[in-house]
Ligand binder design. Sequence first.
Ligand code: ZN
Length: 140
Amino acid sequence: MPGLPGPRPDPTTEGYWLAAGRGELVIQRCTACGVHRHPPTQVCYSCGALDWEWAPHPGNGTVYSYTWVERPIHPGLAALGAYNTTVVELDDTNGVVRILARVTDVERADLVVGLPVEVHFDPAGDEIALPVFRPRRARA
Ligand SMILES: [Zn+2]
């Protein structure tokens, strides 16, 4: 989003942001026990292993929690007007991966807990992007 400072990737998070910049959602997964985790960390909080990989994820999830922000916390967000900050629980991660993001293309009355959503990406620099979500449309 123009005017809004982007993330500052570090060696642990860089793969996440770069994948988003390519239009892909990846989630850290422990190669010892297979548990997904987010946000990225060096150590598996399930088994303590240090080895991990980026696992591609199709980006479907459901709204776990949300709030609407009436006063932007940064001038770069002012153009949005009221915006939501939402916790999205990703499908097929045993309920352990919840991403703090924004749901776009949604009216206030339609953003509810349990709403099925899908990822898309908001560019945040030359190579990186922020995963954001929008309501998942029923497909014929
Ligand atoms: Zn593990």
